[in-house]
Design a protein around this ligand. Structure first.
Ligand SMILES: [Zn+2]
Length: 235
């Protein structure tokens, strides 16, 4: 189990930690700023730096088997020792782009009012899939309406509720394919006041103004019930 520092502060670029496990799958640490693949957001990349300055390049981050365990996957086998103190460093430019695009998807999901059937985020583009008629999707409208909301410059908020509260509010779950993880006793929500409130464990910007603006790259049909809207940051 690892203390998930990114959950309370998505802006941490470096942190100190100790190695708690090393095996062929990867390294585990007592605390981490590396976000593991999940919720459509890719795992972080970066480096684990040893006391002598050696940089162990981390090429991916995945969830471990136990709750709140995180596997940092090195690019090459690393000879780290249990208990060894290290400095963590994430590829911030990549992560910040992911945070901006991720938060942009939250905003866009309130412009296109249809059930979300899937989604994915990459450093250069992001998409949501909707169960909606193609004729109801207009790229120009989605772009303008999403950018008008972003221009409000609202702060985002993290809210925790209990599993029971979530059960009582099924309307909070927009994503049909990705149900939020239950069983941990509490669920994390992202709130953009007056715009969006939904379960999400990902990393977001503090203020939606940081997104800048988005553009719609394309809208296409991905099967009978799926219409895919792909966006990128405008600048
Ligand atoms: Zn989110």
């Amino acid at each position: 189990m690892s203390e998930l520092l990114f959950r309370d502060d998505a802006y941490l670029r470096t942190a100190s930690a100790k190695v708690t496990a090393v095996d062929e799958r990867g390294l585990e640490l007592d605390r981490t700023i590396f976000y593991p693949l999940g919720g459509g957001q890719p795992g972080d990349t970066g480096a684990v730096i040893r006391a002598d300055g050696e940089r162990v390049v981390i090429q991916d981050t995945r969830k471990g088997v136990a709750p709140d365990s995180v596997l940092h996957i090195p690019a090459r086998p690393a000879s780290l020792q249990l208990g060894e103190p290290v400095t963590l460093e994430i590829d911030w430019e990549r992560r910040y782009a992911l945070m901006r695009l991720h938060t942009a998807l939250h905003v866009m999901s309130c412009v296109v009012t249809a059930p979300v059937t899937g989604g994915n985020i990459a450093p250069d583009k992001a998409r949501l899939d909707f169960d909606i008629e193609m004729s109801l999707l207009n790229a120009q409208h989605i772009e303008q309406a999403t950018n008008a909301l972003i221009a409000r410059g609202l702060d985002t908020q993290t809210v925790w509720i209990t599993d029971e509260e979530l059960e009582a509010r099924p309307d909070l779950v927009k994503t049909m394919s990705v149900q939020p993880p239950r069983g941990a006793g509490r669920v994390r929500l992202l709130r953009i006041p007056g715009i969006d409130l939904q379960p999400c464990g990902g990393t977001h910007v503090r203020n939606i103004g940081e997104i800048g603006a988005i553009r719609v790259l394309k809208i296409r049909s991905e099967g009978k019930r799926n219409r895919r809207v792909e966006i990128a940051l405008a600048g």
